[in-house]
Design a protein around this ligand. Sequence first.
Ligand code: ATP
Length: 305
Amino acid sequence: MGEKAICQRGYAKINLALDVRGLREDGYHEVAMIMQTVKLWDEVTAERVDPAEAGPDCPPITVECNLPYVPRDERNLAWKAAALFRERTGITEPVRLRIYKKIPVSAGLAGGSADAAAALKAMNLLFGAHLPMQKLIELGAEIGSDVPFCLIGGTCLATGRGEIVERIRPLPEATVVLVKPDFGISTPWAYQQFEEDKVTRRPDLPAMQKAIAQRDWDGIAAQMVNLLEPPVLKEHPILNHIKNDLLDKGATAVLMSGSGPTVYGIFAEEKSSSKAYKFMKKYYGSRYTVLERELYQPGGRRPAP
Ligand code: ATP
């Protein structure tokens, strides 16, 4: 019968750049983003349900989570992943997903998508389905735009509505200090606020990729632009204060991730983030989540294929 349970990690992401390139016919915005995995993860355990327990009323998918306010039904992206996986593989055995969340929720860090990616990988192993990565990526794209990136990870260029993902040269080693305020931002709201004619500067993604390849931090920092940031900053001026404090404490560059509200300061390899982390933790830590994490390249720092 094989393993009874398999645990997989789902890692958080930050956006190094986010360009919005218009509204598509399907209602999504066309985007181009450079994404980076951070060493901050949720754990998703897929578990077979004991046949003695699995009576006729046993639900096919059960979700448990350490955070009470995260939905455990079909609104949960890991639940959606399990349902799609079962539908496409024809596996009928019931499954229990235990989610241990460390990634802040509604933060712009793709926590739900990370859980969906981890659930797909865990179920693929648990039930011996042997779906190739490409197939998991296709399923992931049906669940949510960020799921394919969460399956691949590292440093990537994401286009389309975010689901077309290509690994690029890895970002040089760095540490990030992340600050997640105590309010959430709805992703649809952030996109609705976007106004094409108010854009003063777009990120130049080829220039950023060139700077990454040359390990040129000034060039990388110059392209760290997120077009969803201005309206969110206007609505929540505290985010500007956080960015300025991170810069004051020596960050190489600062940006809001995704649709926010998490803002981060990135500290290039030779710079220490510990002074900034201590300051931010002391000043903001009683109300906000403040974390210090390294970047993460799955499989090590191998060059792009
Ligand atoms: P993104 O960066 O992809 O926009 P996010 O980090 O802003 O995502 P999530 O943490 O994924 O946001 O949560 C967004 C919403 O999704 C929340 O309202 C939450 O209730 C719901 N949600 C669904 N599944 C999950 C999950 N597994 N973990 C956390 N939230 C989830």
